[in-house]
Design a binder for this molecule. Structure first.
Ligand code: FPP
Length: 247
């Protein structure tokens, strides 16, 4: 069993939880609201759940905010999501040092608007000054698991071409260092709200031994009690990492 208790007797939370923040659109539609209202509510849920994760001792929370495929949505919806991210980053610049929250981005930032990229650089700099022991939120922006692997392979190939690396030096650990997630341990638990049972190009390399939790709750309705249920389900799993159960 994955069940482990910490010094207070509480079940120790997973070190790294990753969430596909799904169902914002359906949540809004059910209420006769525009899809963008669902994303606004989803951004609030992210704030609430990040605070909860930090308070219960989760070390990393990774969220899927915008995929490489999400550009196919209407311009109004894409702009609304980018505006919510900008608002969050502006707040973060003022609060992350005080609250000891590290912030990091996974994804190809090249096509992201210069203003948002500059803010991301600013939050990266603040993160550099925070302790590695502080809670870290990873926001996946223009992220796709396949794209991340291809970009990593390209960077490794470029290092080989420049004589900095040799092909035979490549192993799983060396390759992990070329991924957006370098330095971040693999997720222990991946949560997908809103009833869909698929991974949608999320953390393809990193999810090798992750446990999965699915719920019908739409992301804007996801709350602390739902997170507790996901963590309880995680603790009930028997994680063997390809080995056999110890007697
Ligand atoms: C998926 O639901 C959600 C998204 C593609 C956008 C998520 C973005 C945010 C919550 C806003 C900003 C994030 C942060 C970190 C501040 P969907 O629209 O696919 O839902 P549906 O399947 O019901 O249509």
């Amino acid at each position: 069993m994955a069940e482990k208790r910490n010094e207070t007797g509480r079940l120790a939370p997973p070190r790294h939880i990753a969430v596909i923040m799904d169902g914002n659109g359906r949540w809004a539609q059910k209420r006769g609201l525009p899809r963008t209202a669902g994303h606004k509510a989803g951004a609030e849920t992210f704030r609430k759940i990040a605070t909860y994760c930090k308070n219960i001792g989760v070390k990393y929370l990774t969220v899927y905010a915008f995929s490489t495929e999400n550009w196919s949505r209407s311009e109004a919806e894409v702009s609304a999501i980018m505006a919510l991210l900008k608002k969050y980053l502006l707040e973060a610049v003022d609060t992350m040092e005080r609250d000891h929250i590290r912030l990091h981005f996974f994804g190809d930032m090249t096509p992201i608007a210069p203003e948002l990229r500059a803010l991301a650089r600013e939050t990266d700099e603040i993160t550099e000054h925070l302790s590695r022991d502080d809670f870290q939120a990873n926001v996946c922006l223009n992220y796709g698991g396949r794209d991340e692997i291809v970009r990593a392979a390209r960077r490794f190939a470029a290092d080989c071409a420049a004589g900095r690396r040799k092909p035979e030096e490549l192993d799983e650990a060396a390759f992990s260092d070329y991924l957006d997630s370098r330095g971040v341990p693999d997720p222990d638990l991946i949560i997908r709200p809103s009833g869909e049972l698929r991974l949608s190009n999320f953390l393809l390399w990193q999810c090798a031994y992750a446990e999965f939790y699915y719920t019908d709750t739409h992301w804007p309705d996801f709350d602390e009690a739902e997170m507790d249920r996901a963590i309880a389900a995680y603790h009930a799993r028997d994680r063997r990492f390809g080995g056999v159960k110890q007697p």
